[in-house]
Structure formats: structure tokens, C-alpha cells
Design a protein around this ligand. Structure first.
Ligand SMILES: [Zn+2]
Ligand SMILES: [Zn+2]
Length: 154
């Protein structure tokens, strides 16, 4: 299927705009739902393609959550950094990890590896969600279809 360039550019801007408004990581399904809520009748496959293109150009950070789902976010910082992610509301804080940087280089060098890279994301429950108890988690869980084959709760 060939998508005209102009159309695909407009859809990418729409996806970008939703990411700009979000204060945490969004899954492709979350993004799709937000676009539709704005009256944008974009397909989920198109959202995936737009996200992949944006991520490929480094405009969007991709996070593999602890349940294996890909989530996307427009990062405030272009520099290398890590994320502290609330596993209930997905609120995200960008953090630096000098100890992690040093450790990754050291352990790579110790084994003769060059061009060492790393991906480190820290998950937890943010202060707001912790104070709210279990309510938000239940709301999040029933809001989307997050049932996993292994039945594991996040
Ligand atoms: Zn939270
Ligand atoms: Zn790092």
C-alpha cells in the first residue's frame, strides 16, 4: 500500500502533537485512542508506522516496559539519559545515571567490547500513585486491555 507523502506527514504531525501533550510514555494503542478522541480517524497501523519513523529519526524515545510492550515518549532532553517510570500511571522522570555510565564502560572494556551501549529504565510507583493506594492501578488496568497470557500483574 502506498501512502501519499503529504498524508503521511500530516499523520506524523498529529502523532507528534499527542506526544508533546503527554507527560509520560504512551503505547501505540494509547496514542491511537487519544487521536480518535480528538476526531482524528487515523488507523492503528498508521500510528505504528509514524511512531517507528519518529523513533528511527531519534525524535521519540522508545521504552520496552517490563511487560514487553513498546511505549513512546517525546524526550525533553536530546542527551543520553534514563527514565524513572511509574508502572501505574506511566508518569516519567528523566534521570541521569553517572554510575551506570561508568559501570557499562568498565564492564564492556573488561571483556574487550567496544562501542558499548546500554538501555536502563527504572520502574516503580510514583509518590502520587503510592499515596492514592491501589485505586489508580485498577482504573488503568480496566481502562485498556492489558490482560497478559501469563496473568502477571504489573
Ligand atoms: Zn504514578
Ligand atoms: Zn546511560
Amino acid at each position: 500500500m502506498t501512502v501519499p507523502q503529504r498524508r503521511s506527514t500530516r499523520q506524523r504531525s498529529a502523532v507528534s502533537a499527542v506526544l508533546d501533550e503527554a507527560d509520560g510514555f504512551l503505547s501505540a494503542q494509547d496514542l491511537h485512542a487519544r487521536l480518535r478522541a480528538r476526531g482524528d480517524t487515523v488507523g492503528l497501523a498508521t500510528v505504528y508506522r509514524a511512531l517507528q519513523a519518529l523513533a528511527g529519526e531519534g525524535d521519540v524515545d522508545v521504552l520496552r516496559t517490563d511487560d514487553g510492550e513498546a511505549a513512546y515518549r517525546r524526550c525533553r532532553s536530546a542527551e543520553h539519559h534514563h527514565h524513572l517510570v511509574c508502572r501505574r500511571c506511566r508518569r516519567t522522570v528523566e534521570v541521569e545515571g553517572p554510575a551506570v555510565e561508568a559501570w557499562a564502560q568498565r564492564v564492556g572494556a573488561a571483556h574487550g567490547f567496544v562501542d558499548v551501549e546500554h538501555v536502563v529504565e527504572v520502574f516503580g510507583t510514583c509518590a502520587r500513585c503510592a499515596a492514592a493506594g491501589t485505586g489508580p492501578e485498577d482504573a488503568q488496568t480496566t481502562a485498556g486491555d492489558h490482560t497478559r497470557a501469563d496473568g502477571r500483574r504489573v
